[in-house]
Design a protein around this ligand. Structure first.
Ligand code: ADP
Ligand code: MG
Length: 255
């Protein structure tokens, strides 16, 4: 229990530091990016004589490269900001299936056409959470699965939503991708743990998921065999009882 407390305190300190850092980096970064995009755009439109052509092209290339780098930082900063903002979870009754459909459509661009997507959705009661927070969780899990499925023949992504006897709704995101090495399993939810090449993964996705889910009174667990695939299981407390009923009614009236 003491180790857990120290871990939580470390996370909190890290969160505070990250929030400050992300905030400071964000403004100059936006400034750099908007200027770079302006230059690239302008260069592309510039009418020019033959001899200027080469110089123009090399400038355009340089700006494009710089833009790619800056956009990478932009993504990292976005992740860090979400990570740092985790401690304000609004709790409303949320329709898990609706949020999952939204997350799937948001990930659609990253899904290969040959991917078989299986939905095992039961009718489930609403859960406590926010559409934004839970959407973040589901999207992270789906995107990770698509990464693990890259290059796999007959890629399969199964999404299950089921209600359990213990008052929890279980959301499962299962892939038949690369799987996870046993020695990595215990580190998955650590902030900044990633096995992806520098500049692609931030290692914040799962720690964001873990933070959001546990703050809602839920849990997240993983089951994986290397070479076979991985299942992430998220448990979310059902929003049942009087408070939930009236909150849900009010919610439905307001949309
Ligand atoms: P990132 O995706 O930026 O690396 P995450 O926190 O989302 O950070 O994931 C941490 C690590 O967990 C990944 O780098 C990867 O090694 C592993 N991982 C997560 N999801 C899966 C999955 N579905 N299959 C295999 N490995 C996974
Ligand atoms: Mg990820």
């Amino acid at each position: 229990a003491n180790a857990r407390l120290i871990h939580a305190q470390k996370l909190e300190a890290l969160g505070r530091m990250s929030a400050g850092l992300a905030h400071e980096v964000n403004n100059p970064l936006s400034y750099i990016l908007s200027n770079l995009r302006h230059v690239v755009h302008g260069l592309e439109k510039l009418p020019c004589k033959e001899e200027g052509l080469k110089a123009r092209d090399s400038l355009t290339d340089a700006c494009r490269d710089a833009t790619v780098g800056a956009e990478r930082i932009e993504r990292i900063v976005q992740d860090v900001r979400i990570f740092a903002r985790m401690d304000e979870p609004p709790r409303d009754p949320v329709d898990v299936r609706e949020v999952m459909e939204l997350s799937i459509s948001m990930a659609a661009r990253a899904l290969r056409p040959e991917l078989r997507l299986v939905r095992d959705f039961q009718e489930v009661p609403p859960v406590w959470g926010s559409e934004h927070g839970l959407g973040q969780v589901f999207l992270n899990l789906i995107v990770n699965a698509t990464h693990a499925l890259a290059g796999r023949e007959q890629p399969l992504l199964r999404v299950g939503i089921l209600s359990r006897e213990d008052g929890m709704v279980a959301v499962e995101v299962q892939d038949n991708g690369s799987g996870i090495r046993p020695e990595h399993l215990s580190r998955l939810f650590e902030p900044f743990f990633t096995t992806k090449p520098v500049g692609t993964g931030t290692g914040l996705g799962l720690s964001i998921c873990h933070g959001i889910v546990t703050r809602l009174g839920g849990d997240i667990a993983v089951d994986s065999s290397p070479g076979q695939g991985t299942t992430f299981r998220v448990l979310l407390p059902m929003a049942t009882g009087q408070a939930a009923e009236s909150a849900l009614l009010a919610l439905k009236r307001s949309v």
